[in-house]
Structures are given as structure tokens and as C-alpha cells.
Ligand binder design. Structure first.
Ligand SMILES: Cc1cc2nc3c(=O)[nH]c(=O)nc-3n(C[C@H](O)[C@H](O)[C@H](O)COP(=O)(O)OP(=O)(O)OC[C@H]3O[C@@H](n4cnc5c(N)ncnc54)[C@H](O)[C@@H]3O)c2cc1C
Length: 423
């Protein structure tokens, strides 16, 4: 189309849209999906107002940089400083010089971070739901005093190494070994996909104690002799997070760096995953909020067939499906967070919620991408990035299938896992 025709058609489209907007068919609309079923009323007022403040700060301080970081696939050095200045660093209790961040508040921080970008939320999960939380729950008092003050303020970066090249879903069968020696243990093995590995000062490494044959956790100084990290390149999702392979060759770990509790897979790594899986439901909710908001804005503005995309029945149905998915995911996240707070959540519940929220999150992401047509693949339009990132959260910390089978075992009382599986 010539430039003149293009301008005329654009002008005509704008007039029609303006007329359409003025017509009685168009009413005020739902910009923020949380308002549809008034889900914000489920949140304590003080926490909800801090959430709103955080959203405003994230929009100003982080959102403008995300596309560039994502394209360059880099974790900016200033991220820790940004998180500190936003006041979102801390622990579940005010101790070890850390600020208190309650379970619900942490969930909403993850929700708001994912709404901006899922890599930012994942960095937060690795630091606070995995690394710091492991030391908080399973560490000795000496380990807590040594590490938590630095971890909770992001003065120290940690990573959490469970997965191995040959043991992903089948994590409880992992092969990295911990051999008791005088004064400690010697670790040998390889870890794969570990978030923050290359940036880390310390690593939580799960290894099989060859004396007990159980999987237990060790705190490894990343600069120890025998530790090397290779960054995984060319990822097409979660590009701001750095994932690495960790190689452990005859790495000596002093006895006092063995985690104090959780000396089996079920009582150690799996306990931490239970908590963390619940967090992933909030990443899904944040992503779906972002998908909804970007989609509604787009379809109200874009004109085809001389009418806004939002006026087409098929498009309304797709948008409403995203809106409904959002309500369900938020409610599930909220419910399981409250159960966990009351000490009543278990691994089956956390797995059901994590698995299902990311399953339907995939559908929401596809619908959002579809609503934007070709423009849906542009990074600045959010939805394609959300779609690929949703694929990762559907997979990490227990794939959808594994989560479904853990919940299925609780529901039926019959295991679908091969003999020996411990989750
Ligand atoms: C970006 C990213 C970040 C990650 N970060 C970390 C991290 O920080 N720390 C860490 O320890 N790990 C991390 N992981 C690893 C992640 O937890 C694993 O990728 C995940 O558990 C799946 O393992 P896998 O990739 O080896 O897939 P596999 O186990 O090989 O599974 C492949 C497929 O087979 C299915 N499958 C496997 N077993 C069964 C079964 N019994 N029944 C039915 N279906 C089955 C799976 O559901 C999946 O669809 C990360 C992964 C990614 C991609």
C-alpha cells in the first residue's frame, strides 16, 4: 500500500475507532484482572498497598530495561542493588539482620516481578525460595549466622544444584557423590541447568552420601578447588537468568558445611521444593496478569475491518478465557499460600497447584499471542516472551507430568512411579 493510502486508511481507522469508543456499545473496561473478582480484597490491606507501591516502582526502575537485558541474555550486575533499593530483600522472619517478608508478601513480590519479567522473578526464587530458604530450614545455627545476613541482603549470591545431566525428573536417583573423609566430605559429579551458577559465591549441592546412600545437601564455596562452571548459551527463554553446568571434581567440603537437617531426599531437597513449587504458581499468576493487560490494551486500540479487535466475538472469548484462567490461578496460589502459612500444605498440594497453574498459563500465553497477530511476536508486546518463559516454569522444579503424578499418587493412593522413587 502506498504511504498516502496507508495514512488515509490509518486516519479512517482512527476516526472509526474514536466513533466506536464513543458509541453506547463501549463501557468502562477491566484493565487489571485482579479487580474482576475483587481478588485484591483477599489480601491484607497493608500488604496490598505495598504491592501497589512495588508495582509503580518496578514500572519505573526495572521495566524499561527488560527488553535490552533479555535480548542480550545478560543478568545485569545492578540487579541485586535494584532489588535492595526496592526493599524486597529479606527472610520469613526478622532475624540474622534480615528484614521480615511474610509468605504472602513474598508471593506477591514474585507475582509483581513476573508481571514485569519472569527471569527477574526466577532470580528471586533462586535466591530466596531455594538458596536462603534451604539454609533457613535445613542449616545449622552456625550456617545461618554465617550465610543468612549476606544472602538476605543479596551481598552474597547463591545457587541451588539438584538436577544433573542424567537425572532431571528422576532427581532422587542422582549420582553426584559425597564421600566422607577426615574433617569433611569430598564431592564428585556434575550439575545441570543451575540458575545463578556463574554468578554465585556459594552453591547448595545435593549429593549422595556414599555411606548412607541418601541424598543430602552441602554448602560449597564456589571458589573451592575442583569447582568449575560453564554457562549454558543460546537459551530461547528466561534469557536474563544465567543457567550453568557445575563440575565438581574432588571438591573438599568441611564437615560443618553439611546441612544440619534433611539428610534424605524426602526430608531435604523435596521439602524445599514443596515450598518453592507453591511460589511458582505466583510466577504463573504474574505472567498471566501481564498477558491479560497487554492483550486488552492492544485489542482495544488495533483496528481491523473498521472496528477495534476487541469488538469481535472470537477475540472477546479468547480474552475472557485469559481472564478466567487468571482468576483460577490467583485463587489457587492464594489458597495454597495460606495452607502453607498454617503449616497444612503438603507436597501433593503444592505439586497440583504448580502443575495446573503452569498448564493453563501456557494456554493463556498462546491466546494472548494469538490476539496480537503478527505483532504478538515482538519483545515489546510481552506475550511471546511470556509464552516461552511459561514453557520453562511449566518444566522446572518438577515438570507438569511429575507434579501431576505426585498429586495423582495422593489422590488415588497408588503410585505411578517406578519402585524406588522417593518424592
Ligand atoms: C531454565 C531452567 C532453569 C532451571 N534451574 C534449575 C536450578 O536452578 N536448579 C536445579 O537443580 N535444576 C534446575 N532446572 C532443571 C529442571 O528442574 C529440570 O529441567 C526438570 O526437573 C526436568 O528435568 P529434565 O529437563 O531432565 O527432563 P526429563 O526428566 O528428561 O523429562 C523429559 C520429559 O519426560 C517427562 N517424564 C520424565 N519422567 C516421567 C515419568 N516418570 N512419567 C511421565 N513423564 C515423565 C517429563 O515430564 C518431560 O516432559 C532448570 C531447568 C531449566 C530449563
Amino acid at each position: 500500500m502506498s504511504r498516502r493510502l496507508n495514512l488515509v486508511s490509518k486516519h479512517l481507522g482512527q476516526n472509526l475507532t474514536e466513533n466506536f469508543k464513543k458509541s453506547s456499545l463501549v463501557t468502562p473496561y477491566v484493565q487489571d484482572p485482579i479487580t474482576f473478582l475483587h481478588l485484591d480484597q483477599l489480601l491484607p490491606a497493608e500488604i496490598n498497598s505495598r504491592r501497589a507501591q512495588l508495582r509503580a516502582n518496578l514500572e519505573t526502575n526495572l521495566a524499561p530495561f527488560v527488553a535490552e537485558w533479555y535480548e542480550k541474555a545478560e543478568s545485569p550486575g545492578i540487579l541485586a542493588e535494584k532489588f535492595r533499593s526496592l526493599g524486597i530483600t529479606g527472610l520469613s522472619d526478622e532475624k540474622y539482620g534480615c528484614k521480615k517478608i511474610s509468605l504472602m508478601e513474598k508471593s506477591l513480590i514474585l507475582y509483581e516481578l513476573a508481571r514485569i519479567d519472569c527471569s527477574l522473578a526466577t532470580f528471586y526464587v533462586v535466591m530466596f525460595s531455594l538458596t536462603a530458604h534451604t539454609i533457613e530450614e535445613l542449616g545449622t545455627e552456625e550456617q545461618k549466622v554465617k550465610y543468612l545476613p549476606k544472602l538476605c541482603n543479596l551481598d552474597m549470591i547463591g545457587c541451588w544444584g539438584l538436577t544433573e545431566p542424567d537425572f532431571g525428573s528422576d532427581a532422587s536417583a542422582l549420582e553426584t557423590t559425597a564421600t566422607p573423609v577426615k574433617g569433611g566430605y569430598v564431592l564428585n559429579g556434575v550439575k545441570r541447568w543451575i540458575g545463578n551458577a556463574i554468578l554465585s559465591d556459594i552453591m547448595i549441592i545435593f549429593a549422595r552420601n556414599i555411606t548412607t546412600n541418601h541424598v543430602e545437601g552441602f554448602i560449597v564455596n564456589s571458589k573451592s578447588n575442583g569447582v568449575s562452571v560453564e554457562n549454558i548459551q543460546r537459551k530461547l527463554a528466561l534469557r536474563i537468568v544465567q543457567n550453568g553446568n557445575i563440575f565438581l571434581k574432588d571438591v573438599f567440603v568441611p564437615a560443618n558445611e553439611r546441612l544440619g537437617k534433611g539428610h534424605t531426599f524426602a526430608t531435604g531437597a523435596n521439602e524445599i521444593l514443596e515450598h518453592s513449587r507453591m511460589n511458582i504458581a505466583w510466577l504463573a499468576a504474574g505472567l498471566i496478569a501481564g498477558i491479560y493487560e497487554n492483550s486488552i490494551k492492544y485489542i482495544r486500540e488495533r483496528v481491523q475491518f473498521r472496528a477495534p479487535l476487541a469488538s469481535f466475538q472470537l477475540n472477546q472469548e479468547k480474552l475472557v478465557r485469559i481472564l478466567a484462567i487468571y482468576q483460577a490461578v490467583f485463587l489457587m496460589g492464594w489458597r495454597v499460600t495460606n495452607l502453607l502459612k498454617q503449616g497444612k500444605a503438603n507436597v501433593a498440594q503444592a505439586s497440583l497447584v504448580k502443575g495446573w497453574c503452569t498448564l493453563v498459563g501456557r494456554e493463556a500465553a498462546k491466546l494472548g499471542r494469538e490476539l496480537m497477530g503478527g505483532n504478538g511476536i515482538l519483545i515489546d508486546n510481552y506475550v511471546m516472551k511470556a509464552l516461552v518463559d511459561m514453557e520453562v516454569i511449566y518444566t522446572y522444579e518438577g515438570t507438569y507430568d511429575i507434579c501431576a503424578l505426585i498429586a495423582g499418587r495422593a489422590a488415588t493412593g497408588v503410585t505411578a512411579f517406578k519402585p524406588g522413587y522417593k518424592a
